[in-house]
Design a protein. Structure first.
Ligand code: DQA
Length: 143
């Protein structure tokens, strides 16, 4: 089974989007870094549309060994994404490039944290690498 890595709204603009907060790597760079870090099968997706992300999570419920998700702004708003994550019986890692706790107060609430196994945030593009390592270790412990 594959490791799913899902990305929410505006992350398709990484590289030029507020680089002082999110860094200069594009999402394609981050995907390439993830692929070179593991031989594990990866399914890497991005969507700006909440319902599409819900569908990707539902697909992961059937097909994934583990899920990494950077829900972007939907982290702080989406009960639909929270409910979809509750369908999963696999490790879920919430990822953020920035450290939301240090930013605007509306970013302090994460609905996703309530469904995730754990969260990695604040390490820039490296948050993805750390998250990937975390799920790979968990999967190794299970086998
Ligand atoms: C983000 C943090 C969110 O608060 C924000 O809405 C994003 C990106 C991050 O990766 O730091 O779009 O998820």
């Amino acid at each position: 089974k594959a490791i799913y890595i899902l990305n929410g709204p505006n992350l398709n603009r990484l590289g030029t989007r507020e680089p002082e907060i999110y860094g200069s790597k594009t999402l394609a760079d981050i995907e390439a870094d993830c692929r070179s870090a593991t031989k594990h099968d990866l399914v890497f997706k991005q969507s700006n549309i909440e319902g599409e992300i819900v569908e990707h999570i539902q697909e992961a419920a059937d097909k994934a060994a583990a899920l990494l998700i950077n829900p972007a702004a939907y982290t702080h708003t989406s009960i639909a994404i929270y409910d979809a994550l509750k369908l999963l019986d696999i490790p879920i890692v919430e990822i953020h490039l920035s450290q939301p706790a240090k930013r605007e107060s509306f970013r302090r609430r994460s609905y996703v944290s309530e469904a995730a196994t754990g969260t990695i945030s604040g390490f820039g593009a490296n948050s993805y690498q750390l998250g990937l390592q975390a799920v790979i270790n968990l999967l190794k412990m299970k086998n």
